[in-house]
Write a protein that binds this ligand. Structure first.
Ligand code: PHE
Length: 464
């Protein structure tokens, strides 16, 4: 069976649309909400360095692998893996990559919608002038009292889920394309405005030191696992999203250049978000390790002191919500495309079913901030923490590991050469070095050191 040139779901009209769509998927709550708060929880500098290393050494090769597998198969991740394994007579085991991705996507979307719901609520909260002249205590208390009300939170979670299901159901490419074209540049502009503000806030130097100074003591194996998980999460890797989007990528596009652009954009937004949030934290004597609420306290506070802050603040949370929607949509694509292919089902029906499933699961995350906040589960402090940890730190890296191994060793050289345009033995050596050795070995080492008690020391003893 020949590999297809067109996907039945449609094709991006150019390389730039793929860049936009993949960047829309990558840039989201992971960059603006999550990155600053986990940097804060893990003591800054050394964590950021490990994160950057993970993006470059693990993220980029795996994103290239996902894109090329998607383009080689031109189906949903599950069917792409079925097609590639059957065509080239390889073990069906590799189809597990597709299934794991579907599970990860549903788990992630379940809590993603909850946090995105907070952002929706904050559009309204900022616009109504709640924060004019606010003090740090006021910003903290208003956030805490919102978190204490599960029904209120659920209302916004539901609204976000309805919006996502609506857009996904209508078909992604047209609606999304226009949205991303406008909103991503706007998000950049607003981040730059905020950077200007926070650089004047008096805490900028302290923030830069905090984010870029290497304090090795804070770097536990657990923190390294979280940095790696974040690299996967922020680039939307390891669960088939990029594979699904790669399936719609035209054949004549260079994968390497495209992937670098996406990774660079994503990293810039995350660093910028950190450089906006931490100066405000330091200037106001807030705690760096205040967790998931960090952005929802610092950003309203910053805007409360700016002229026209209510409007700008509302626009900021509007853009965060948009960034979240373009990511949420991509979280459903692997499952959605599969169900459409397999059952010849209508996109709208499938998206409603998936939406309801994620919504139900998401209630567990809503309750984790109030009624269930004291209910540890399997070693994690709450249900939300468990779902987040299991999907981001286990499922995504595991998926990524399998993807890189498949792309480096199982996929025939001819397909690889055709997809990547590798012509020389040298090119292939670099590819195998990065995708077949550096990326999977790094993932494995991080897993062993973090998940196996004392594993890191034993590993060292073996080598020494
Ligand atoms: N990359 C998105 C973010 O940073 C989240 C995401 C993860 C989207 C996995 C798709 C797949 O917010």
């Amino acid at each position: 069976m020949a590999l297809g040139n067109e996907s039945r779901h449609g094709m991006w009209s150019s390389r730039w649309l793929f860049v936009l769509a993949a960047a829309g998927s990558a840039v989201g709550l992971g960059n603006i909400w999550k990155f600053p708060y986990i940097v804060g929880e893990h003591g800054g500098g050394a964590f950021v360095l490990v994160y950057l290393a993970c993006i470059l050494l693990i993220g980029v090769p795996i994103m290239m692998s996902e894109t090329l597998l998607g383009r080689a198969g031109r189906e949903s991740p599950i069917n792409t893996m079925r097609k590639l394994t059957t065509t080239h007579n390889k073990s069906r085991f590799w189809v597990a990559i597709g299934w794991m991705g579907v599970v990860a996507g549903i788990l992630i979307l379940s809590y993603y919608a909850v946090i995105a719901g907070w952002a929706l609520f904050y559009i309204w909260r900022m616009a109504s002038g709640t924060y004019e002249g606010a003090t740090p205590e006021f910003a903290q208390e208003t956030f805490a009292s919102f978190q204490a009300e599960p029904l209120h939170m659920m209302a916004w979670q539901t609204l976000f889920m309805i919006l996502t299901v609506y857009i996904v159901g209508r078909g992604v490419i047209k609606g999304l394309e226009t949205a991303i074209r406008w909103f991503m540049p706007l998000l950049f502009v607003l981040l730059i405005v905020l950077l200007g503000y926070s650089s004047q806030s008096g805490g900028f130097d302290e923030a830069v030191t905090f984010m870029f100074r290497f304090n090795w003591e804070s770097l536990t194996p657990q923190a390294v696992l979280i940095a790696m998980g974040q690299a996967f999460f922020t680039l939307s890797l390891g669960m088939g999203t990029i594979m699904a989007y790669g399936a719609y990528l035209p054949n004549n596009t260079s994968i390497a250049g495209t992937v670098f652009t996406i990774a660079a954009l994503d990293t810039l937004v995350a660093i910028a978000a950190g450089l906006v949030i931490f100066p405000i934290v330091f200037a106001n004597g807030l705690a760096t390790d205040s967790g998931p609420g960090l952005m929802f306290v610092t950003i309203p506070l910053a805007f409360s002191m700016l002229p026209g802050g209510a409007i700008f603040g509302a626009v900021f949370f509007l853009l965060v919500s948009f960034a979240a929607i373009t990511s949420a949509i991509s979280l459903t694509e692997p499952a959605l495309a599969y169900l459409v292919e397999e059952y010849n089902a209508k996109r709208r029906r499938v998206s409603i079913t998936l939406g309801v499933l994620c919504w139900l699961l998401g209630i567990g995350s809503v309750l984790s901030f109030n009624a269930w906040s004291d209910m540890p589960l399997l070693g994690q402090p709450t249900f939300f923490a468990l779902v987040d940890h299991f999907s981001q730190n286990i499922l995504l890296p595991l998926g990524g590991l399998l993807i890189s191994l498949f792309a480096a060793y199982v996929l025939p050289k001819t397909v690889l050469a055709e997809q990547l345009g590798i012509r020389s033995g040298f090119g292939r050596t670099i590819w195998v070095l990065l995708t077949g050795i550096v990326a999977p070995l790094s993932v494995l080492l991080v897993f062993i050191s973090a998940l196996w008690p004392g594993g890191f020391d034993r590993l060292l003893a073996l080598v020494a």
